[in-house]
Write a protein that binds this ligand. Sequence first.
Ligand SMILES: Nc1ncnc2c1ncn2[C@@H]1O[C@H](COP(=O)(O)OP(=O)(O)OP(=O)(O)O)[C@@H](O)[C@H]1O
Ligand SMILES: [Mg+2]
Length: 355
Amino acid sequence: MKVEMRGLTKHFGSTVAVEDFTVTLEDGHLTSILGPSGCGKSTVLNLLAGIVPATRGEILFDGEAVTGLPPELRGIGLVFQNYSLYPHMTVLGNISFPLEIKKVPRAQREESARAMAALVHVDNLLHRKPRELSGGQQQRVAIARALVKKPNLLLLDEPLSNLDARLRLEMREEIRRIQQETRVTTVFVTHDQEEAMSISDRIVLMNAGRLQQEDEPQRLYHEPRNQFVADFLGTPPINHLPGHMKGGAFILEGGQARFPFSRGAGAPEGRPLILAVRAESAHVPDPDEGALFSASVESIYAMGKEVLGYFDIGGHSFRCYLDGDMLPRPGTEIPIAFRERGTFLFDGETGERLL
Ligand SMILES: Nc1ncnc2c1ncn2[C@@H]1O[C@H](COP(=O)(O)OP(=O)(O)OP(=O)(O)O)[C@@H](O)[C@H]1O
Ligand SMILES: [Mg+2]
């Protein structure tokens, strides 16, 4: 099912939870809603579910407005962080409960529940109670219960955050598999960039109630629309070098370093800018390549095949990866150049991307 949000807005008193949110989720896609704590992710999900009413704006399911429709008429399946299984019911009872409410005959609802249990791989646990299950198993049951009514839209709010690191990895792959087998349009809320990057067809990145960018994971990483997007994605975080353009060169704040940054030629002169460089986008240039600037080495961490260097460039800290066979000593100076990919120029005041 295709889901459209148009100008969707939710205020709680004076708190702006979601503001003028316009996004389309394509049929059959898994879309993650990603952003820092408090940015409005759960509110968007609850607006889609019909649990909270919108202050303004519209929601359309396959072109039909559902903005005023109660949750039970929206054809959605919901899974929250704390699974909320019924403790006194067995796995089979939990999964078939939504069908019992719909007064589906017993034989039929058992058949559907067993099929869902098989889909999420808990068909060998049907007669256990929730307390006899691991966290990952409970989460599988919660997903089966959300899917048993054959929803048009599956909504998952941080479904993995109660699981330990290993189970999280396993379950996120499971969610992807289940989603691909059922092709149900899915919205997955998370604040974990790696989780979102690894399982999504599209990512909706939010900050402070507003949409920042909606895109394929790789495009979000390689073509961020603004500095918030560039900062939010990637480990270690992207480097920032503040400065301004003058006479075709980037003048680093502090005035010491002046880089002949030809790509910056189109940027407005005199304005405060941020030159942002991903850790994998800086490198030690070959002698004939020409150094962009000189960096003094603070510390070097060799982590298996990767070497991460901490540098100081004109008073600004800078991190980048080095070739494994090159271990410069702390206190020395090395030349550094940037690759075009992963180097961006942002407006220092608005955060908008200029290059
Ligand atoms: N029922 C409510 N009443 C008042 N304010 C609310 C209510 N629900 C959410 N808010 C506020 O709206 C904003 C967005 O909250 P929301 O729960 O959507 O954030 P979130 O992105 O899901 O955060 P988290 O990652 O911590 O779950 C926050 O400032 C929150 O305090
Ligand atoms: Mg939330």
